[in-house]
Write a protein that binds this ligand. Structure first.
Ligand code: ARG
Length: 460
């Protein structure tokens, strides 16, 4: 019989058991669920709401169940619906009547909210840990490539030279923001809902603060209706995961481009590429493509949950059971993507000679040529026009700016002197961009040092 079977005259239809049971996926919450129950029972005993001796039996029984589940010795039942009732049923089977006191002053509604909050806290911490590893890889690539010049792009057209170190540090900024977002997710989830009951609190003198303290929560929820119906923290996690996936996806897109024959900026390691069943020459960047593809799926998890929640009246509704698969899928996809991406990136070989060659073509020093004229007194807008004509000439002649002789340059402006060749070299273009946040090697070095210090100080 169901734990709630008293009011029913008929058994649940088999179709319904199959349809509404969540045990197939929420069994992953067993640790959170059992830890929550241990804290609840401990508090009930301490408050004298149940006999102390029963509380002790419950705690011992729950610990045993926890170990048995971890050892794979427990077979959960579809019939018992979800992880909460499966554990309670097992407890009663094992310790008898004392087990029937566990659910005093509690509902599955505050219980599941608690479990999800604990899971989100764990997952936010876990994600930040994998992001940290990726940030460390980025710092080490950046440190090795402070002077490796490559073209920077806008509109995917060569724009101005930067360095590979500078480029990597741009991603470092994104992933540290992702870490910070996970820290905020953790803080939002760090509110203990037990005591909200089904929706209206409880008549027992629960010590909510004590239960929160036992479970490592820093606050208790302020309203019982909100306590059971709030899933904002789940959306927060999936949103933070979505943004991180978007960052990974952009990075993957660049690696896919860089790995093409047309770019040849990077050689992916054989261990992270795959071949074609028909074309013998192929080495495809499938891992990067899959991460880019899976980004859509995490966005879907967020969109799905927001849509599920939008029409729900207070307080708990069964629709909310749909939060879990979205959360688990987002968590699994994010973690797998971060881990494989980090390994793939760390194994890439950068073809620095092609990057440098790419930077030297495509007029990436045109702004610097204009700046040269400006520094010798010409207004910028005039200088822009002069260099525009110069570039047009070069395009027609199929030459780079510095392929022209001084005499040819002087035909466009007699300001040009011999030192223009030095002033518009790729090295000068990078070194002279010596502003905080710029690509000059000393500035990138400073941002690496600041980044390493930030990582060392980061904690959830
Ligand atoms: N399995 C349910 C869920 O995940 C637990 C809460 C059920 N509460 C209820 N009143 N039916 O949401």
């Amino acid at each position: 019989m169901k734990l709630w079977g008293g009011r029913f005259e008929k058994k649940t239809d088999g179709l319904v058991d199959d349809f509404h049971s969540s045990i197939t996926f929420d069994q992953r919450l067993y640790q959170q669920d059992i830890s929550g129950s241990i804290a609840h029972a401990t508090m009930l005993g301490r408050q004298g709401i149940i006999p102390q001796e029963d509380a002790e039996k419950i705690v011992a029984g729950l610990k045993e169940i926890m170990a048995d589940v971890a050892a794979g010795k427990v077979q959960f039942e579809l019939d018992a619906e979800d992880i909460h009732m499966n554990v309670e049923k097992l407890l009663i089977e094992r310790i008898g009547d004392a087990g029937k006191r566990l659910h005093t002053g509690r509902s599955r509604n505050d219980q599941v909210a608690l479990d999800c909050r604990m899971y989100v806290k764990d997952s936010a911490k876990e994600a930040a840990g994998f992001m940290r590893e990726l940030c460390e890889t980025l710092l080490s690539i950046a440190s090795a490539h402070l002077e490796t010049i490559m073209p920077g792009y806008t509109h995917l057209q060569r724009a101005q030279p930067v360095t590979l170190g500078h480029h990597m540090m741009a991603y470092f900024q994104m992933f540290t923001r992702d870490m910070q977002r996970m820290k905020e997710v953790y803080a939002h989830a760090d509110v203990m809902p037990l005591g909200s009951g089904a929706l209206a609190g409880t008549t027992y003198p629960l010590d909510r603060e004590y239960a929160a303290q036992l479970l490592g929560f820093s606050a208790i929820s302020a309203n019982s209706l909100d306590g059971v119906s709030d899933r904002d923290f789940v959306c927060d996690y999936i949103y933070a995961a979505s943004v991180c996936m978007m960052h990974l996806s952009r990075f993957c897109e660049e690696l896919i481009l860089w790995n093409t024959h047309e770019f040849r900026f990077v050689e992916m390691d054989d261990g992270y590429a795959t071949g074609s069943s028909i074309m013998p020459q192929k080495k495809n960047p499938d891992v990067a493509e899959l991460i880019r593809g899976k980004t859509g799926r995490v966005y879907g998890d967020l969109q799905g949950l927001l849509t599920t929640l939008k029409g729900l009246p207070l307080a708990y509704n069964k629709d909310m059971q749909e939060d879990k698969e979205a959360l688990f899928d987002a968590r699994d996809t994010l973690v797998k993507s971060l881990v494989v991406f980090n390994a793939m990136l760390a194994s890439c070989t950068f073809r620095t000679e092609n990057m440098e060659r790419g930077a030297a073509g495509g007029f990436t020093n045109a702004t610097d040529a204009a700046d040269y004229l400006v520094k010798h007194g010409m207004p910028f807008r005039d200088a822009h026009a002069v260099i525009g004509r110069l570039v047009l000439h070069c395009v027609k002649e199929n030459k780079a700016i510095l392929d022209l002789s001084l005499e040819e340059l002087k035909a466009f402006s007699d300001i040009f002197e011999e030192d223009v060749f030095e002033a518009c070299s790729m090295q000068a273009c990078v070194n002279l961009r010596d502003v905080p946040g710029g690509p000059a090697p000393a500035r990138v070095k400073a941002s690496i040092d600041a980044g390493a210090a930030w990582l060392a100080a980061f904690a959830i």
